[in-house]
Design a protein around this ligand. Structure first.
Ligand SMILES: Cc1cc2nc3c(=O)[nH]c(=O)nc-3n(C[C@H](O)[C@H](O)[C@H](O)COP(=O)(O)O)c2cc1C
Length: 170
């Protein structure tokens, strides 16, 4: 079962990357890190299909059977980097594939806007967005890396429930 985590932060120094790496490790998933392999701004031209990061994204997505999208919440929405990445893909990459949504916020009850926006976008891509979801607040992270214990347990529960959808599908 090939699972791919798409980390939507454009920032190398950020909590989203940290959370994405942990989720990928727990799921033994591939990781597309948009801060490490930035994509060009989608313009719909043929030349972009030869861009190495675009080729890798498309190949990885086509081969994947499930996804986690994880984005920072920026100005009440998903990152532009993640939305741009999704423009390079289409419903053939996502149709019927279980997809879990996570967001990383700055606190103050943020994070849900980005999740809700991703739900709408996911519907446009025919992704099988699961009802489980995860918002990471600043307090969910340990100062020296990793999640606090309560968050780790909550994440493990969410990931276990997410994986039930693979069993249903097989
Ligand atoms: C441009 C920008 C806009 C932001 N807007 C929001 C917001 O609307 N809601 C929120 O909860 N946090 C907001 N934040 C805080 C980020 O969500 C928070 O710093 C999070 O850790 C970002 O993930 P990153 O560190 O991977 O970039 C914003 C941060 C930036 C840089």
């Amino acid at each position: 079962m090939k699972i791919t985590v798409i980390s939507g932060t454009p920032r190398k120094q950020g909590r989203t990357r940290q959370a994405a790496a942990e989720v990928a490790e727990k799921l033994q998933a591939a990781l597309i890190d948009l801060s490490e392999e930035p994509l060009p701004l989608f313009n719909g031209t043929e030349e972009q299909t030869n861009h190495p990061a675009v080729e890798k994204l498309r190949k990885t997505a086509a081969e994947s059977e499930a996804f986690v999208w994880i984005t920072p919440e920026y100005h009440n929405g998903m990152s532009g980097a993640l939305k741009n990445a999704l423009e390079f893909l289409d419903s053939s990459d996502f149709k019927g594939k279980p997809t879990l949504l996570c967001s990383v916020c700055g606190g103050g009850k943020g994070g849900m806007n980005a999740i809700n926006q991703m739900r709408t976008v996911g519907r446009g891509l025919y992704a099988m967005i699961v009802p489980q979801q995860m918002v990471f607040d600043p307090e969910d992270f340990e100062v020296d890396g990793g999640f606090i214990r309560e968050t780790e347990e909550r994440l493990d529960q969410v990931l276990a429930e997410f994986q039930q959808f693979f069993l249903v599908k097989q």
